[in-house]
Design a protein around this ligand. Sequence first.
Ligand code: FAD
Length: 280
Amino acid sequence: MSQPDRPNFSIEFFPPKTPEGQRKLRVERAKLAELNPMYFSVTFGAGGSTQQGTLDTVLEIRAEGWEAAPHLSCIGGSAQSIRSVLKQYQAHGIRRVVALRGDLPSGYGSNGEFRYADELVGFIRKETGDWFQIEVAAYPEMHPQARSPEDDLINFVRKIKAGANAAITQYFYNADAYFQFVDAARKLGVTVPIVAGIMPITNYTQLMRFSDMCGAEIPRWIRLKLAGFCDDSESIKAFGIDVVTQMCERLLAGGAPGLHFYSLNQAPATMTIWRRLVSR
Ligand code: FAD
C-alpha cells in the first residue's frame, strides 16, 4: 500500500500504574512508532481515576514527537472538574480528545453532572469552541446497555450532532456488523469518518472476559478454534493474527477510513497485523 493510500491508523494505550509498567510501555511504544501511526490515544479511568496517568503518558508521547490524544470520560465528574481537565489539555497544546461517558466502578457514589457522552461533547464545544478534534465511541454490535440497536444508533447520532468530528468503534470480529452500522449511520445523515476499532487476539481467557463486559461478540467458530488450542499460546496468536488481518483487509477494502488498534500496551500483534496489511 503506498503512502498516499494509507488509511488513518491509530493505536491505543492505557496509562501504566507502576514505574515498571511505564518502562515497559516505552519499549513497546518505540516499536509501534516504527509503524508511523497517525496518533496514539491514552485511556482515562471513569471518575477520573487515571487522570494524572493519562496526562503524563500523553505528554511523554508528545515529547517523543508523536500526536497523542487523551480520552476523557465524564461519568462521575462535575462541569468544574471536566472544565479544569480541558483547560489543562489546552495549556499543553493538546488538540484531539476521545470523549466518552465511561462506566462507573460498582459502589461508586453518584453519576455526576453528565449522563451521556453527547452532553460531554456539547460541553467541550461550548467551553472550547473548535479547539479540539473530538472522537466518540460507536457500537456496531450495540452498546450493552442500549434498549435496541435503533436506539443506540440514534444516541450515536446525538454525539455527532453535538459536535464530534469522528468516531472509533468498539471492537468486533464480524465485519458485516461494521458495514451495516456505517450504512445505517449514513442514512441518518452522519458523514464523519467511522474508524474501526481492532482488538488483536492474543489471549483467549482475557478476550472472553473483555468481550463479556463490553458486549463484543466472538463468533462461535472463532471461539471454538481458540478453545481447541487450550494452553498453546503460540497457536492462539498465529490464528488470531490471521483472523484479524483478514477482517482488517475486508474492512479497508469495503471503505473503512481507518483502523484504531487496542494494543493493550503490547506491540507484537498490532505490528504483525499492520505490516501484513501494508505489504499486500
Ligand atoms: P454514550 O454514548 O453516552 O452511551 C452509553 C449508553 O447510553 C448507550 O447504551 C447509549 O445508547 C445510551 N445513551 C446515550 N445517549 C443517550 C440519551 N441521550 N438518552 C438515553 N440513552 C442514551 N471507558 C473509559 O472509562 N475510559 C476510556 O478511556 C474509554 N475509552 C474507550 C474508547 C473507545 C474507542 C470505546 C469504543 C470505548 C471506550 N470506553 C472507555 C468504554 C466506554 O466508556 C463505555 O463503553 C461506556 O459504557 C459508554 O461510553 P460512551 O461514550 O459510548 O457512552
